[in-house]
Design a protein around this ligand. Structure first.
Ligand code: PLP
Length: 404
């Protein structure tokens, strides 16, 4: 798809608004939404060349669409990669990455704090097809290095993580991967390219759930992989064609428009999250706050260096309690006392959402696994939105101030 002509050297904030496929003959200012599954071919010869991959041009909706292409060009330009390939969801982006890069007998190293479905997909589902994996502590660089084997093809990291906002050193992991002849992929959902561009620290593949901050208003599912043109064309496109995890044009259009405000949203929501984290840290009913923007966060300096000096929009806190049972009751009391904020496990929305990880997103783990991961019964996760900060505090104080 021909890209609209832009001068070189534009800032990511500008690319977030201007990078897209060429305008149609009608000169629309807002990018067009092309709802079509098929494309009329100019001649039989041209169709043959397009199907053979010898000529640019759309042939079928599963393989490509101009609106989808606009989203891919915009996201790639923001991440600083040559190309991107979008998918129907974040999980299908991970599936595409693994199917494109791995085969039976290959080994992957991941953090044990990765998104739950990622651990299930790589650790269990792909294990059925002979993909081997090792899960290591997120912040322990030596453990990542020690886990690498001769057949290791991929290191896959997520930073910051959900829900404890643990940060890993992207440059250090890129070094370990490349010395081993492997690739480093980074799930950049939480920081987004507005705060963190892993490619600049040596990552080879950036994975996204567009469902979160890229959309930004909780409307559609989407996913993407950003990488070199060669990797996208040779490794990911064949999987898209046969696997069919295609992003719908309407969803692509929503996320494309979401990218235009990503920068200001991430700055504003990070500022809100920092204010809330500082307030929570001083609340007498709160035991501990997990937020990379706080001085008390174990990787505060690394996070600030990696994430444009911002902590992101997700934080967690634990309520003080004598034992796990009391902790669960108290966390539930805080959540059930809310009158404005959403009790929801999603994130990346303008609406603030609060959840209890131990009984929802991490509910399928055993208590011992949860303890090892540090996800206690008193933990509450807050994905901070754009409501007035005083209203957010007041809504959480309803429960926090009335714990018996
Ligand atoms: C939500 C999420 C995913 C999965 O994305 P979906 O769009 O829900 O498939 C992967 N990684 C992280 C960090 C997420 O938050």
């Amino acid at each position: 798809m021909t890209q609209s002509k832009l001068p070189a050297g534009l800032h990511p904030d500008t690319l977030a608004i201007r990078a897209a496929a060429e305008r149609s003959q009608y000169g629309e200012n807002s990018e067009a939404l092309y709802l079509t599954s098929g494309y009329v071919q100019p001649t039989a010869e041209a169709a043959a060349r397009r199907f053979a991959g010898e000529e640019e041009g759309f042939t079928y909706g599963r393989y490509g669409n101009p609106t989808v292409s606009s989203f891919e060009q915009r996201l790639a330009s923001m991440e600083g990669t040559e190309a991107a390939m979008s998918t129907a969801s974040g999980m299908s982006a991970i599936l595409m990455m693994c199917m494109g890069l791995l085969q039976s007998g290959d080994h992957v190293v991941c953090s044990q704090s990765m998104f739950g479905s990622t651990i299930k997909l790589i650790g269990s589902d792909l294990a059925k097809f002979g993909v081997l994996s090792t899960f290591v502590p997120q912040t322990d660089v030596d453990a990542w290095r020690a886990a690498v084997r001769p057949n290791t093809k991929l290191l896959f990291a997520e930073t910051p993580t959900n829900p404890l906002t643990e940060v890993c050193d992207i440059a250090a992991l890129a070094d370990i991967a490349h010395k081993a002849g492997a690739l480093l992929a980074v799930d950049n959902c939480f920081a987004t390219p507005a705060l963190q561009r892993p490619v600049e620290m040596g990552a080879d593949i950036i994975m996204h759930s567009g469902t979160k901050f890229l959309d930004g208003q909780g409307r559609v599912m989407a996913g993407a992989l950003c990488a070199s043109q060669q990797m996208v064309t040779e490794k990911f496109l064949p999987i898209l064609k046969s696997g069919g995890m295609t992003l719908a044009p309407f969803n692509a259009w929503v996320v494309l428009k979401g990218l235009e405000t990503l920068g200001i949203r991430m700055k504003a929501q990070s500022a809100q999250a920092l204010a809330l984290a500082e307030w929570l840290e001083h609340h007498p009913a709160v035991d501990r706050v997990f937020y990379p923007g706080l001085q008390s966060h174990p990787q505060h300096r690394l996070a600030m260096a990696q994430q444009s000096r911002l902590g992101g929009a997700v934080l967690s806190f634990s309520v003080k309690a004598a034992d796990p049972e009391a902790a669960r009751k108290r966390a539930f009391h805080v959540l059930d006392s809310m009158q404005v904020l959403s009790l929801a496990t999603n994130l990346g929305d303008t609406k603030t959402m609060c959840a209890h990880p131990a009984s929802t997103s991490h509910g399928r783990m055993t208590e011992a696994q949860r303890q090892a991961a540090g996800i206690g019964q008193g933990l509450v996760r807050v994905a901070v939105g754009l409501e007035h900060i005083e209203d957010i505090k007041t809504d959480l104080a309803r429960g926090l101030d009335t714990l018996s």
